[in-house]
Ligand binder design. Sequence first.
Ligand code: BES
Ligand code: MN
Ligand code: ZN
Length: 460
Amino acid sequence: MPTLAFSTDASAARPLFLVTKEGLADWLAAQDDATRNWVGAAGFKAGVGDVLPLPGKDGLSGAVGGLGSGKDRARGRFIAAGLRGKLPEGVWRFECDLEGDELAEAALGWLLAGYRFDRFVPDSKPMAMLLAPEGVDAAMLERIASGEALARDLINTPASHMGPDELEAAARDLACTHGMAIDVATGAALPKRNLPMIHAVGRASTREPRLIDMSWGDGGPSLALVGKGVCFDTGGLNIKPGASMQLMKKDMGGAANVLGLAHMLMDGGMNCRLRVLIPAVENSISGEAFRPGDILESRKGLTVEINNTDAEGRLVLADALALADEDRPDLIVSMATLTGAARVAVGPDLAPFYATDDNDAAALEAAATAVRDPVWRLPFWEPYEKMIEPGIADLDNAPKGGFAGSITAALFLRRFVTAASRYMHFDIFGWTRDSAPGRPKGGAGQGIRALYRALPEMLG
Ligand code: BES
Ligand code: MN
Ligand code: ZN
Protein backbone atom coordinates (compact mmCIF):
# COMPACT_ATOMS: atom_id res chain seq x y z
CA MET A 1 0.00 0.00 0.00
CA PRO A 2 1.46 3.38 -0.97
CA THR A 3 1.66 4.95 2.47
CA LEU A 4 2.81 8.32 1.05
CA ALA A 5 -0.34 8.80 -1.04
CA PHE A 6 -4.00 9.45 -0.32
CA SER A 7 -6.68 6.82 -0.60
CA THR A 8 -9.23 7.31 -3.36
CA ASP A 9 -11.77 4.93 -1.84
CA ALA A 10 -14.40 7.41 -0.62
CA SER A 11 -17.04 4.77 -0.03
CA ALA A 12 -15.10 3.11 2.75
CA ALA A 13 -14.02 6.27 4.55
CA ARG A 14 -14.88 6.72 8.22
CA PRO A 15 -14.93 10.19 9.78
CA LEU A 16 -11.98 11.29 11.90
CA PHE A 17 -13.06 14.30 13.93
CA LEU A 18 -10.10 16.60 14.57
CA VAL A 19 -10.74 18.47 17.80
CA THR A 20 -8.66 21.01 19.70
CA LYS A 21 -8.68 21.32 23.50
CA GLU A 22 -10.37 24.67 23.16
CA GLY A 23 -12.96 23.26 20.75
CA LEU A 24 -13.81 20.09 22.66
CA ALA A 25 -16.80 21.48 24.58
CA ASP A 26 -18.44 22.84 21.42
CA TRP A 27 -17.79 19.64 19.53
CA LEU A 28 -19.29 17.56 22.35
CA ALA A 29 -22.34 19.80 22.48
CA ALA A 30 -23.03 19.00 18.84
CA GLN A 31 -22.89 15.20 19.38
CA ASP A 32 -25.68 12.87 20.44
CA ASP A 33 -25.97 11.72 24.07
CA ALA A 34 -24.39 8.33 23.45
CA THR A 35 -21.27 9.86 21.87
CA ARG A 36 -21.04 12.54 24.57
CA ASN A 37 -21.25 9.93 27.31
CA TRP A 38 -18.73 7.64 25.60
CA VAL A 39 -16.17 10.43 25.12
CA GLY A 40 -16.68 11.61 28.69
CA ALA A 41 -16.41 8.12 30.16
CA ALA A 42 -13.25 7.41 28.15
CA GLY A 43 -11.64 10.56 29.53
CA PHE A 44 -10.80 11.96 26.07
CA LYS A 45 -9.40 15.49 26.51
CA ALA A 46 -8.20 16.23 22.93
CA GLY A 47 -4.53 16.21 23.95
CA VAL A 48 -1.93 16.01 21.18
CA GLY A 49 -2.14 12.61 19.51
CA ASP A 50 -5.04 11.31 21.64
CA VAL A 51 -7.28 8.99 19.67
CA LEU A 52 -10.66 7.60 20.68
CA PRO A 53 -12.54 5.21 18.39
CA LEU A 54 -16.27 5.89 18.29
CA PRO A 55 -18.62 2.90 18.44
CA GLY A 56 -21.43 2.52 15.95
CA LYS A 57 -24.21 0.05 15.27
CA ASP A 58 -21.99 -2.17 13.10
CA GLY A 59 -18.81 -1.70 15.09
CA LEU A 60 -16.67 1.34 14.45
CA SER A 61 -18.43 4.50 13.26
CA GLY A 62 -15.45 6.81 13.31
CA ALA A 63 -12.89 8.30 15.68
CA VAL A 64 -12.03 11.53 17.37
CA GLY A 65 -8.44 12.78 17.44
CA GLY A 66 -6.87 15.47 19.62
CA LEU A 67 -4.99 18.48 18.27
CA GLY A 68 -4.00 19.74 21.73
CA SER A 69 -3.99 23.34 22.93
CA GLY A 70 -2.93 26.49 21.09
CA LYS A 71 0.39 26.27 22.94
CA ASP A 72 0.91 22.67 21.77
CA ARG A 73 0.24 23.67 18.17
CA ALA A 74 2.59 26.65 18.39
CA ARG A 75 5.34 24.39 19.72
CA GLY A 76 4.94 21.54 17.26
CA ARG A 77 4.30 20.96 13.59
CA PHE A 78 2.19 18.30 11.90
CA ILE A 79 0.23 17.71 15.09
CA ALA A 80 -2.41 15.61 13.30
CA ALA A 81 0.28 13.30 11.93
CA GLY A 82 0.62 11.58 15.30
CA LEU A 83 -2.93 10.24 14.98
CA ARG A 84 -2.20 8.08 11.97
CA GLY A 85 -0.22 5.37 13.72
CA LYS A 86 -2.82 5.05 16.47
CA LEU A 87 -5.91 4.65 14.32
CA PRO A 88 -7.25 1.28 13.24
CA GLU A 89 -6.34 0.52 9.63
CA GLY A 90 -8.83 1.38 6.93
CA VAL A 91 -9.72 4.62 5.21
CA TRP A 92 -10.43 7.84 7.12
CA ARG A 93 -11.61 11.29 6.19
CA PHE A 94 -10.99 14.47 8.17
CA GLU A 95 -14.01 16.10 9.80
CA CYS A 96 -12.69 19.46 10.93
CA ASP A 97 -12.87 23.19 10.38
CA LEU A 98 -9.25 23.53 9.30
CA GLU A 99 -8.75 25.22 5.95
CA GLY A 100 -6.07 26.58 3.64
CA ASP A 101 -2.47 26.09 4.76
CA GLU A 102 -3.53 24.52 8.08
CA LEU A 103 -5.59 21.87 6.36
CA ALA A 104 -2.74 21.21 3.92
CA GLU A 105 -0.32 20.89 6.84
CA ALA A 106 -2.56 18.31 8.53
CA ALA A 107 -2.94 16.31 5.32
CA LEU A 108 0.77 16.48 4.45
CA GLY A 109 1.69 15.50 8.01
CA TRP A 110 -0.52 12.43 7.63
CA LEU A 111 1.35 11.45 4.45
CA LEU A 112 4.75 12.06 6.03
CA ALA A 113 3.75 9.86 8.96
CA GLY A 114 3.66 7.07 6.36
CA TYR A 115 7.41 7.35 5.80
CA ARG A 116 9.53 4.46 7.05
CA PHE A 117 13.14 3.61 6.39
CA ASP A 118 12.64 -0.13 5.98
CA ARG A 119 15.43 -1.07 3.60
CA PHE A 120 17.17 -3.25 6.19
CA VAL A 121 14.20 -4.31 8.30
CA PRO A 122 11.24 -4.55 5.93
CA ASP A 123 8.06 -3.17 7.43
CA SER A 124 4.90 -3.69 5.46
CA LYS A 125 2.43 -3.36 8.32
CA PRO A 126 -0.74 -1.87 6.87
CA MET A 127 -1.44 1.70 7.89
CA ALA A 128 -4.51 3.82 8.26
CA MET A 129 -5.15 5.74 5.02
CA LEU A 130 -6.68 9.16 4.41
CA LEU A 131 -9.04 10.37 1.77
CA ALA A 132 -7.64 13.63 0.35
CA PRO A 133 -9.56 16.39 2.12
CA GLU A 134 -11.59 18.67 -0.10
CA GLY A 135 -9.82 21.96 -0.70
CA VAL A 136 -6.23 20.65 -0.73
CA ASP A 137 -4.10 20.11 -3.82
CA ALA A 138 -3.70 16.36 -3.31
CA ALA A 139 -1.26 15.84 -6.17
CA MET A 140 0.96 18.61 -4.86
CA LEU A 141 1.00 17.18 -1.33
CA GLU A 142 1.85 13.71 -2.65
CA ARG A 143 4.64 15.24 -4.73
CA ILE A 144 6.04 17.05 -1.70
CA ALA A 145 5.84 13.86 0.38
CA SER A 146 7.71 11.84 -2.21
CA GLY A 147 10.43 14.50 -2.56
CA GLU A 148 10.82 14.56 1.21
CA ALA A 149 10.89 10.74 1.36
CA LEU A 150 13.61 10.67 -1.30
CA ALA A 151 15.75 13.06 0.75
CA ARG A 152 15.16 11.03 3.93
CA ASP A 153 15.97 7.70 2.25
CA LEU A 154 19.23 8.99 0.78
CA ILE A 155 20.36 10.41 4.12
CA ASN A 156 19.30 7.38 6.16
CA THR A 157 21.14 4.95 3.90
CA PRO A 158 24.53 4.41 5.58
CA ALA A 159 27.82 5.16 3.85
CA SER A 160 28.35 1.41 3.38
CA HIS A 161 25.45 1.53 0.94
CA MET A 162 25.56 5.20 -0.12
CA GLY A 163 29.00 6.04 -1.44
CA PRO A 164 29.67 8.35 -4.41
CA ASP A 165 28.74 5.50 -6.77
CA GLU A 166 25.36 4.90 -5.16
CA LEU A 167 24.65 8.62 -4.89
CA GLU A 168 25.33 8.84 -8.62
CA ALA A 169 22.97 5.90 -9.19
CA ALA A 170 20.25 7.69 -7.23
CA ALA A 171 20.81 10.82 -9.33
CA ARG A 172 20.62 8.72 -12.51
CA ASP A 173 17.32 7.21 -11.31
CA LEU A 174 15.86 10.67 -10.83
CA ALA A 175 17.24 11.82 -14.20
CA CYS A 176 15.61 8.83 -15.86
CA THR A 177 12.25 9.45 -14.18
CA HIS A 178 12.14 13.07 -15.33
CA GLY A 179 14.04 12.97 -18.61
CA MET A 180 17.02 14.97 -17.35
CA ALA A 181 20.35 15.07 -19.13
CA ILE A 182 23.13 13.81 -16.89
CA ASP A 183 26.89 14.00 -17.14
CA VAL A 184 29.33 12.72 -14.53
CA ALA A 185 33.07 13.48 -14.29
CA THR A 186 34.80 10.83 -12.19
CA GLY A 187 38.27 10.40 -10.63
CA ALA A 188 41.10 11.48 -12.91
CA ALA A 189 38.60 13.27 -15.17
CA LEU A 190 38.09 15.85 -12.41
CA PRO A 191 41.46 17.64 -12.67
CA LYS A 192 41.30 17.26 -16.48
CA ARG A 193 37.97 19.06 -16.47
CA ASN A 194 39.25 21.70 -14.09
CA LEU A 195 37.46 20.53 -10.96
CA PRO A 196 40.60 20.23 -8.84
CA MET A 197 39.23 20.75 -5.35
CA ILE A 198 36.56 18.06 -5.73
CA HIS A 199 39.38 15.72 -6.71
CA ALA A 200 41.67 16.80 -3.86
CA VAL A 201 39.02 16.19 -1.20
CA GLY A 202 37.86 12.85 -2.59
CA ARG A 203 41.04 11.27 -3.92
CA ALA A 204 42.03 9.48 -0.67
CA SER A 205 39.00 7.22 -0.86
CA THR A 206 38.94 3.98 -2.84
CA ARG A 207 35.49 5.13 -3.92
CA GLU A 208 36.18 7.69 -6.65
CA PRO A 209 35.11 11.31 -6.25
CA ARG A 210 32.91 12.79 -8.94
CA LEU A 211 30.81 15.72 -10.06
CA ILE A 212 27.24 14.91 -11.04
CA ASP A 213 25.79 17.48 -13.46
CA MET A 214 22.13 17.24 -14.41
CA SER A 215 19.91 19.53 -16.43
CA TRP A 216 16.26 19.76 -17.34
CA GLY A 217 13.83 22.11 -19.06
CA ASP A 218 14.33 24.37 -22.03
CA GLY A 219 12.64 27.64 -21.22
CA GLY A 220 12.00 30.15 -18.49
CA PRO A 221 14.29 31.50 -15.81
CA SER A 222 17.43 29.54 -14.95
CA LEU A 223 17.96 27.94 -11.56
CA ALA A 224 21.00 25.99 -10.37
CA LEU A 225 20.82 23.78 -7.28
CA VAL A 226 24.13 22.73 -5.76
CA GLY A 227 24.20 20.10 -2.99
CA LYS A 228 27.06 18.91 -0.79
CA GLY A 229 27.48 15.19 -1.41
CA VAL A 230 30.08 14.13 1.14
CA CYS A 231 29.01 10.52 1.55
CA PHE A 232 31.07 10.15 4.69
CA ASP A 233 33.11 12.78 6.51
CA THR A 234 35.91 11.35 8.66
CA GLY A 235 37.41 14.83 8.82
CA GLY A 236 40.36 13.61 6.74
CA LEU A 237 43.83 13.91 8.30
CA ASN A 238 42.31 16.36 10.82
CA ILE A 239 40.29 13.35 11.87
CA LYS A 240 37.07 13.83 13.81
CA PRO A 241 36.74 12.30 17.29
CA GLY A 242 34.47 9.25 17.30
CA ALA A 243 31.41 10.99 18.69
CA SER A 244 31.56 13.71 16.03
CA MET A 245 31.96 11.13 13.26
CA GLN A 246 29.01 8.99 14.32
CA LEU A 247 26.38 10.76 12.22
CA MET A 248 28.58 11.69 9.27
CA LYS A 249 26.71 9.44 6.85
CA LYS A 250 24.37 12.43 6.68
CA ASP A 251 27.06 14.68 5.21
CA MET A 252 25.44 14.22 1.79
CA GLY A 253 22.28 15.79 3.22
CA GLY A 254 22.61 18.83 0.96
CA ALA A 255 22.71 16.58 -2.10
CA ALA A 256 19.74 14.59 -0.79
CA ASN A 257 17.80 17.80 -0.25
CA VAL A 258 18.47 19.25 -3.70
CA LEU A 259 17.49 15.94 -5.31
CA GLY A 260 14.24 15.93 -3.29
CA LEU A 261 13.57 19.53 -4.31
CA ALA A 262 14.43 18.82 -7.95
CA HIS A 263 11.88 16.00 -7.89
CA MET A 264 9.19 18.36 -6.61
CA LEU A 265 10.00 21.03 -9.21
CA MET A 266 10.08 18.68 -12.18
CA ASP A 267 7.09 16.59 -11.14
CA GLY A 268 5.13 19.82 -10.75
CA GLY A 269 6.22 21.04 -14.18
CA MET A 270 7.99 24.15 -12.89
CA ASN A 271 8.66 26.72 -15.58
CA CYS A 272 12.44 26.97 -15.40
CA ARG A 273 15.70 25.68 -16.75
CA LEU A 274 17.02 23.59 -13.92
CA ARG A 275 20.60 22.48 -13.35
CA VAL A 276 21.53 20.25 -10.43
CA LEU A 277 25.20 19.92 -9.45
CA ILE A 278 26.39 17.45 -6.85
CA PRO A 279 30.02 16.99 -5.92
CA ALA A 280 29.97 13.43 -4.54
CA VAL A 281 33.02 12.40 -2.51
CA GLU A 282 34.11 10.58 0.59
CA ASN A 283 36.40 12.58 2.90
CA SER A 284 38.76 9.74 3.77
CA ILE A 285 42.27 9.09 5.02
CA SER A 286 45.09 7.43 3.04
CA GLY A 287 48.53 8.23 1.64
CA GLU A 288 46.69 10.14 -1.08
CA ALA A 289 44.86 12.41 1.33
CA PHE A 290 45.13 16.20 1.02
CA ARG A 291 46.90 17.74 3.99
CA PRO A 292 46.73 20.64 6.39
CA GLY A 293 48.90 23.40 4.93
CA ASP A 294 48.35 22.35 1.32
CA ILE A 295 47.37 25.10 -1.06
CA LEU A 296 44.75 24.08 -3.61
CA GLU A 297 43.99 25.84 -6.84
CA SER A 298 40.27 26.03 -7.50
CA ARG A 299 38.32 25.97 -10.74
CA LYS A 300 37.77 29.69 -10.46
CA GLY A 301 41.50 30.31 -10.09
CA LEU A 302 41.32 31.38 -6.46
CA THR A 303 43.90 29.57 -4.30
CA VAL A 304 42.87 28.07 -0.97
CA GLU A 305 45.09 27.34 2.02
CA ILE A 306 43.93 24.21 3.80
CA ASN A 307 43.98 24.90 7.50
CA ASN A 308 41.69 22.01 8.34
CA THR A 309 40.90 19.03 6.14
CA ASP A 310 37.58 18.76 7.98
CA ALA A 311 36.37 21.96 6.30
CA GLU A 312 35.99 19.94 3.09
CA GLY A 313 32.40 20.78 2.15
CA ARG A 314 33.17 24.36 1.10
CA LEU A 315 36.01 23.07 -1.12
CA VAL A 316 33.92 20.65 -3.17
CA LEU A 317 31.04 23.13 -3.32
CA ALA A 318 33.36 25.92 -4.49
CA ASP A 319 34.25 24.12 -7.72
CA ALA A 320 30.62 23.15 -8.33
CA LEU A 321 29.44 26.71 -7.64
CA ALA A 322 32.07 28.15 -9.98
CA LEU A 323 30.83 25.82 -12.71
CA ALA A 324 27.17 26.72 -12.07
CA ASP A 325 28.11 30.40 -12.11
CA GLU A 326 29.64 30.17 -15.59
CA ASP A 327 26.09 29.88 -17.03
CA ARG A 328 25.09 33.19 -15.38
CA PRO A 329 21.87 31.68 -14.00
CA ASP A 330 19.16 33.85 -12.49
CA LEU A 331 19.49 32.09 -9.16
CA ILE A 332 21.92 29.65 -7.55
CA VAL A 333 20.86 27.82 -4.39
CA SER A 334 23.35 25.71 -2.44
CA MET A 335 22.41 23.33 0.36
CA ALA A 336 24.95 21.69 2.64
CA THR A 337 25.52 20.16 6.05
CA LEU A 338 28.37 22.63 6.11
CA THR A 339 29.21 23.61 9.67
CA GLY A 340 28.73 22.49 13.26
CA ALA A 341 28.44 26.21 14.01
CA ALA A 342 25.04 26.40 12.27
CA ARG A 343 23.65 23.77 14.61
CA VAL A 344 25.10 25.58 17.61
CA ALA A 345 23.52 28.84 16.44
CA VAL A 346 19.97 27.69 15.69
CA GLY A 347 19.64 24.03 16.70
CA PRO A 348 18.36 21.17 14.61
CA ASP A 349 14.89 22.58 13.77
CA LEU A 350 15.71 25.75 11.90
CA ALA A 351 17.50 25.87 8.59
CA PRO A 352 19.84 28.87 8.55
CA PHE A 353 20.02 30.49 5.15
CA TYR A 354 21.83 33.34 3.44
CA ALA A 355 20.52 35.42 0.55
CA THR A 356 22.10 38.11 -1.58
CA ASP A 357 18.63 39.45 -2.39
CA ASP A 358 16.18 40.75 0.23
CA ASN A 359 13.13 39.90 -1.89
CA ASP A 360 14.23 36.29 -2.16
CA ALA A 361 14.71 36.18 1.61
CA ALA A 362 11.27 37.68 2.25
CA ALA A 363 9.57 35.29 -0.18
CA LEU A 364 11.30 32.33 1.43
CA GLU A 365 10.44 33.42 4.97
CA ALA A 366 6.75 33.84 4.11
CA ALA A 367 6.66 30.45 2.40
CA ALA A 368 8.48 28.79 5.29
CA THR A 369 5.87 30.04 7.73
CA ALA A 370 3.00 28.98 5.49
CA VAL A 371 4.26 25.42 4.99
CA ARG A 372 5.85 25.05 8.44
CA ASP A 373 9.34 24.41 7.17
CA PRO A 374 11.15 26.89 9.38
CA VAL A 375 14.20 28.83 8.20
CA TRP A 376 16.20 31.66 9.71
CA ARG A 377 18.21 34.22 7.80
CA LEU A 378 21.84 34.83 8.74
CA PRO A 379 23.93 37.58 7.14
CA PHE A 380 26.65 37.50 4.52
CA TRP A 381 28.51 39.82 6.94
CA GLU A 382 31.04 41.76 4.87
CA PRO A 383 33.34 42.79 7.74
CA TYR A 384 34.14 39.11 8.31
CA GLU A 385 35.52 38.72 4.79
CA LYS A 386 38.98 39.39 6.21
CA MET A 387 38.67 36.31 8.42
CA ILE A 388 38.82 34.05 5.34
CA GLU A 389 41.92 35.75 3.88
CA PRO A 390 45.04 34.02 5.20
CA GLY A 391 47.74 35.94 3.35
CA ILE A 392 49.69 33.25 1.53
CA ALA A 393 46.70 32.20 -0.59
CA ASP A 394 43.50 33.93 -1.64
CA LEU A 395 41.34 32.07 0.85
CA ASP A 396 41.57 30.15 4.13
CA ASN A 397 39.24 27.16 4.37
CA ALA A 398 39.13 27.14 8.19
CA PRO A 399 39.57 30.50 9.91
CA LYS A 400 41.08 30.31 13.38
CA GLY A 401 39.16 31.31 16.48
CA GLY A 402 35.93 29.62 15.53
CA PHE A 403 33.94 32.86 15.49
CA ALA A 404 30.90 33.00 13.18
CA GLY A 405 31.72 29.63 11.65
CA SER A 406 28.56 29.36 9.57
CA ILE A 407 28.90 32.94 8.27
CA THR A 408 32.56 32.61 7.29
CA ALA A 409 31.74 29.37 5.43
CA ALA A 410 28.91 31.17 3.57
CA LEU A 411 31.25 34.06 2.71
CA PHE A 412 33.78 31.53 1.40
CA LEU A 413 31.15 30.02 -0.92
CA ARG A 414 29.95 33.42 -2.12
CA ARG A 415 33.44 34.18 -3.46
CA PHE A 416 32.76 31.57 -6.15
CA VAL A 417 29.50 33.16 -7.31
CA THR A 418 30.17 36.34 -9.26
CA ALA A 419 28.09 36.10 -12.45
CA ALA A 420 24.74 34.69 -11.29
CA SER A 421 22.11 37.32 -10.55
CA ARG A 422 21.32 36.06 -7.06
CA TYR A 423 22.64 33.47 -4.62
CA MET A 424 21.11 31.67 -1.66
CA HIS A 425 22.85 29.20 0.61
CA PHE A 426 21.42 26.86 3.26
CA ASP A 427 23.60 25.50 6.07
CA ILE A 428 21.35 22.62 7.12
CA PHE A 429 21.48 19.93 9.78
CA GLY A 430 19.53 17.37 7.73
CA TRP A 431 18.59 15.19 10.64
CA THR A 432 15.76 14.78 13.15
CA ARG A 433 17.21 13.90 16.55
CA ASP A 434 14.00 13.26 18.46
CA SER A 435 11.06 11.73 16.64
CA ALA A 436 8.07 14.04 16.31
CA PRO A 437 4.74 13.65 14.47
CA GLY A 438 5.46 13.09 10.77
CA ARG A 439 9.18 13.45 11.43
CA PRO A 440 10.77 10.20 12.58
CA LYS A 441 14.30 10.18 13.95
CA GLY A 442 16.69 10.18 11.01
CA GLY A 443 17.32 12.02 7.77
CA ALA A 444 15.26 15.15 7.20
CA GLY A 445 14.46 17.56 4.43
CA GLN A 446 15.06 21.16 5.51
CA GLY A 447 14.07 24.23 3.59
CA ILE A 448 13.00 22.34 0.47
CA ARG A 449 9.27 22.58 1.10
CA ALA A 450 9.69 26.30 1.70
CA LEU A 451 11.77 26.67 -1.46
CA TYR A 452 9.26 24.67 -3.48
CA ARG A 453 6.55 27.08 -2.39
CA ALA A 454 8.64 30.24 -2.85
CA LEU A 455 10.53 29.51 -6.08
CA PRO A 456 7.72 30.44 -8.50
CA GLU A 457 7.64 33.87 -6.85
CA MET A 458 11.43 34.20 -6.68
CA LEU A 459 11.83 33.26 -10.34
CA GLY A 460 8.62 34.94 -11.50
N1 BES B 1 30.14 18.06 7.89
C1 BES B 1 30.77 18.91 8.83
C2 BES B 1 29.82 19.87 9.52
C3 BES B 1 28.78 19.30 10.43
C4 BES B 1 29.11 18.76 11.66
C5 BES B 1 27.45 19.39 10.06
C6 BES B 1 28.13 18.29 12.48
C7 BES B 1 26.46 18.92 10.89
C8 BES B 1 26.82 18.37 12.11
C9 BES B 1 31.81 19.78 8.11
O1 BES B 1 32.48 19.17 7.07
C10 BES B 1 32.83 20.13 9.14
O2 BES B 1 33.46 19.25 9.65
N2 BES B 1 32.95 21.42 9.44
C11 BES B 1 33.87 21.90 10.41
C12 BES B 1 34.54 23.14 9.87
C13 BES B 1 35.68 23.64 10.70
C14 BES B 1 36.82 22.65 10.66
C15 BES B 1 36.11 24.99 10.15
C16 BES B 1 33.10 22.23 11.68
O3 BES B 1 31.99 22.78 11.58
O4 BES B 1 33.57 21.92 12.76
MN1 MN C 1 34.15 18.06 7.66
ZN1 ZN D 1 31.49 17.69 6.06
